[in-house]
Design a protein around this ligand. Structure first.
Ligand code: PMP
Length: 293
């Protein structure tokens, strides 16, 4: 494995010691990008790379971190690390992370100086593409909502707390809700329901991460004509339980059907999510792309 660290490729992973500021106080920002191997060609394709680097800079801005590289430099760095790790042969998950590299000598000691590392990790598909079961969280997420706009390690601590609950219930994921009881998203994916010819997802009002896959799906034309009209609306518990289909979207997850919620079987299944999976795959397969390697 080769990693991009301090503006060059190194063998293996950089060593961070346990007095590291970010390890103690959190606040790193990062991205998750898919690099798809283009089937039948010696080519890799960093899907939506530009949008991911945009979001990395936005997350850093929210967290008051100053990245000392330009957008173009980080785009090139992601391409370099992908190529060095076999992007022309197999799929990869590209993970840039921005963090404080100094010692944790007190919370105020953090300067604005940050380090950027970029990893290329082999893909393990963690969700069953045929569908998953989820539970809903019994209480709402506690963060101030503006922070959810930002892909920061701060926001994953609470998801981690729920992991044992997910395991105990024998399900695959959890759906969070906001302080008003509306359902917002899953642990690392955005939430959609399908009802009466519409695909409905909650607003980007600060209570969700504005997913790049969510945007791709909202803008996609499903089927030969657009049969499913996109709609932005808050999702209540009856909306969830009485939906025709429910699914979640994310770079890593892609498009995953949710078949059961808190023991309720979702249906009738009209096959829309299967169609959406094909649509998404077709979008990925559009080969000519400025982010090919
Ligand atoms: N919400 C959260 C909390 C996430 O971690 C992710 C994964 N990045 C998503 C939604 C989906 O975002 P995207 O489609 O950009 O991967």
């Amino acid at each position: 494995m080769q990693t991009w660290h301090n503006n060059k490729l190194i063998e293996g992973k950089p060593v961070i010691d346990s007095l590291n500021w970010t390890l103690h106080y959190s606040g790193s920002v990062w991205e998750g990008i898919r690099c798809y191997h283009v089937k039948g060609a010696s080519k890799g394709h960093l899907f939506k790379l530009g949008e991911h680097i945009d979001r990395l800079f936005e997350s850093a801005r929210i967290m008051k971190m100053e990245i000392s590289y330009t957008w173009n430099e980080l785009v090139d760095a992601c391409k370099t690390v992908a190529l060095a790790n076999g992007a022309r042969k197999h799929d990869l998950y590209i993970r840039p992370i921005v963090y404080y590299s100094q010692d944790a000598e007190g919370i105020k000691s953090s300067s604005k100086k940050v380090t950027v590392d970029i990893f290329a990790i082999p893909i393990k598909n963690t969700y069953n593409k045929d569908g998953i079961k989820v539970i809903t969280a019994s209480r709402h997420r506690s963060y101030p909502t503006y922070e959810m706009q930002c892909k920061s390690s701060n926001n994953y601590g609470e998801a981690k707390l729920w992991m044992s609950e997910i395991e105990r219930s024998g399900v695959d994921d959890i759906l969070f809700k906001d302080e008003h009881g509306y359902y917002t998203e899953a642990s690392v994916a955005n939430l959609f329901i399908i009802k009466d010819g519409k695909m409905i997802t909650p607003p980007n009002d600060g209570s969700i991460l504005a997913g790049i896959t969510r945007k791709t799906i909202l803008e996609s034309q499903v089927g030969a004509y657009s049969f499913l009209k996109p709609k932005i609306k808050r999702i209540t518990r009856p909306d969830l339980i009485l939906a025709e289909e429910v699914f979640m979207t994310g770079t890593y997850a892609e498009v995953i059907p949710i078949l059961e919620i808190d023991g309720y079987k979702i249906g009738p299944n009209k096959g829309w999510v299967k169609t959406l999976q094909t649509t998404y795959q077709n979008i990925i397969d559009e080969k000519e792309n400025e982010f090919n390697v």
